[in-house]
Design a protein around this ligand. Structure first.
Ligand code: 13P
Length: 251
């Protein structure tokens, strides 16, 4: 049995003051749902303060990106050790990073290995564009992202991996994928390829999330699907009540 997992990706939203208020608002509700792994991923400027607020709670903290090198001349980047000072998780290869900041399957692979090497749990994102979806290329695109992004990872390490399937056309559009359709990609493309790479036992342990217009109203339909183990939530994770309801739906 895989423990449900719900993470809030705040993207580029909330100053430190706003982030503090939001976490204070949602923390009691999140703390109450023990049967779900719940994680918040605020912008980097708030990680230090939020890590203090979450100390001693069961709510995890994640960064939204990291660089694979240990240190050096990489202006604007955060090293794995810098992220590890405050976080347990890190989002890698989000479609917005792939689209606007040059992340590729190759850099996703480097970042994923660097995250594991320092003891962070990577949340690796995959998903097809609208054009790829309409051309019937979803399976091929997601298969390539899984195989290339996660290659040469030790199966024992891979057990801890979190994968998020986020069809890009469903992100921030209010147009979620159909729950059965998302479950089909997650089961028959993502988990199947993970089984080919790491063996079926490991593939059955890896949590795979759906992301893209998850709301409190539709979350239950996704989480009832056999291969969907939780959600990576964008917009709805910026409202305490909505995010807590989504976590409750995962329970
Ligand atoms: P929305 O929930 O706002 O569609 O964003 C999804 C997402 O990209 C989470 O990483």
């Amino acid at each position: 049995m895989r423990k449900p997992f719900v993470a809030g990706n705040w993207k580029m939203n909330k100053t430190v003051d706003q982030a503090t208020l939001l976490v204070a608002d949602m923390l009691p509700g999140l703390e109450a749902v023990k049967t779900v792994d719940r994680v918040v991923c605020p912008p980097a400027t708030s990680l230090m303060v939020i890590s203090g607020m979450l100390a001693g709670t069961e709510v995890g903290l994640g960064a939204q990106n990291l660089h694979w090198e240990e240190s050096g001349a990489f202006t604007g980047e955060l090293s794995p050790a810098m992220v590890k000072e405050f976080c347990q998780y890190v989002i890698i290869g989000h479609s917005e990073r792939r689209a606007y900041f040059g992340d590729t399957d190759e850099t996703v692979n480097k970042k994923t290995k660097a995250a594991f090497a320092i003891g962070l749990t990577p949340i690796v994102c995959v998903g097809e564009t609208l054009a790829e979806y309409e051309a019937g290329k979803t399976g091929a695109v997601v298969e390539r992202q899984v195989k290339e992004g996660l290659k040469d990872i030790d199966p024992k390490t891979a057990e801890k991996l979190i994968v998020a399937y986020e069809p890009i056309w469903a992100i921030g559009t209010g147009k979620a994928a159909g729950p059965e359709e998302a479950n089909d990609v997650i089961g028959n493309v993502v988990r199947k390829n993970l089984a080919g790479m790491f063996g079926n036992d490991v593939a059955q342990m890896i949590r795979i999330l759906y992301g893209g217009s998850v709301k409190s109203e539709n979350a239950g339909e996704f989480f009832h699907q056999s291969d969907i183990d939780g959600g990576l939530v964008g917009g709805a994770s910026l409202k305490a009540g909505d995010f807590v309801k989504i976590v409750e739906a995962a329970a």
